[in-house]
Design a protein around this ligand. Structure first.
Ligand SMILES: Nc1ncnc2c1ncn2[C@@H]1O[C@H](COP(=O)(O)OP(=O)(O)OP(=O)(O)O)[C@@H](O)[C@H]1O
Ligand SMILES: [Mg+2]
Length: 278
């Protein structure tokens, strides 16, 4: 059996099915990001989603994979991650050593959208595999196996990137950045964010609006004692506790204040902001 036949057998329709997003993930568009992404996907352009933590990047990719009816493979990158974790490796089993495709290789073979979350965290050697995938070649070299995978026509690479979290040492190189189209994400304007919080938690409008006001106070303190403001994700957490009958002040302390800072003065400032609304 040839190598190509082997790999075709390893990934069949059931592999694709397990990565399909079957239920519509709720995503409230904030600007023209859906349109931009659809056009980029139809050109199979690699896309970078830029924005702070908890502002909807992952939710957006899940929504788009559902909308385009394409399988989605998400990989959370971390500092220990190497190219082998993405591409694959030989593993020992009862019958000897056997090659196992990594998530990026599976995505390239089956034609999935591959979402590398926080790719800047991964080791530099991962860029070696990303480059031939994200230019006209659309190829994934598997050095250890001596195989060159030609990407499935539906394959697309999407990465996320939190601007401002990188040290100079860890930023992506220009030669990597300039292989992607980029879409900026940020916390949405107040009315839209309240709508999202209401949808995610079933709290009433007045409560959602108060939570958003508290977030705005905290976001103004970014760079003045806070590394990052309160995210939409945390607002949804607060709403979930309030909807379960927790006193709003306690809910906000647990979800909006305690997670983001250990500084006693800053906690006091944020607690005071909470108390002006609840
Ligand atoms: N536009 C939006 N539509 C629907 N939900 C949203 C939107 N923006 C934020 N959310 C809510 O915020 C939560 C966090 O969003 P998400 O997980 O996509 O953040 P992220 O940008 O991927 O963050 P990270 O960089 O930390 O991975 C979601 O679970 C959802 O409840
Ligand atoms: Mg995410």
């Amino acid at each position: 059996m040839s190598k190509a036949a082997t790999s075709a057998k390893t990934h069949d329709a059931s592999d694709i099915a397990q990565y399909l997003v079957t239920q519509e993930p709720y995503y409230r568009p904030v600007s023209n990001e859906v349109q931009l992404y659809e056009a980029a996907y139809s050109a199979r352009m690699p896309v970078m989603l830029k924005g702070p933590t908890g502002c909807g990047k992952s939710r957006f990719v899940e929504h788009m994979a559902w909308k385009l009816k394409k399988p989605l493979i998400t990989v959370a990158c971390n500092e220990d991650m190497t190219a082998s974790d993405l591409v694959g490796r030989y593993l020992l089993d009862a019958s000897g050593t056997k090659w196992h495709d990594g998530p990026l290789t599976v995505a390239a073979r089956i034609g999935a959208i591959c979402y590398l979350d926080e790719v800047v965290e991964a080791r530099q050697d991962t860029t070696v595999v990303i480059h031939p995938l994200t230019d006209h070649r659309r190829q994934l070299p598997i050095d250890k196996k001596g195989e060159m995978v030609n990407c499935h026509p539906d394959f697309q690479l999407v990465i996320s990137y939190n601007p401002g979290y990188q040290s100079l040492m860890k930023d992506l190189k220009q030669s990597t950045k300039q292989r992607f189209g980029a879409i900026d994400f940020d916390y949405p304007e107040a009315g839209v964010e309240a709508e999202i919080v209401m949808h995610e938690t079933k709290v009433d409008k007045a409560t959602a609006e108060k939570l958003v006001q508290i977030a705005h106070r905290a976001r103004n303190l970014k760079g003045h004692g806070l590394d990052e403001g309160i995210s939409t994700r945390l607002l949804a957490y607060a709403g979930q506790l309030i909807a379960r009958g927790i006193d709003p002040r306690a809910a906000c302390q647990m979800t909006l204040v305690r997670p983001i800072t250990d500084d006693p003065d800053m906690r006091e400032t944020l607690d005071a902001a909470v108390n002006t609304y609840f």
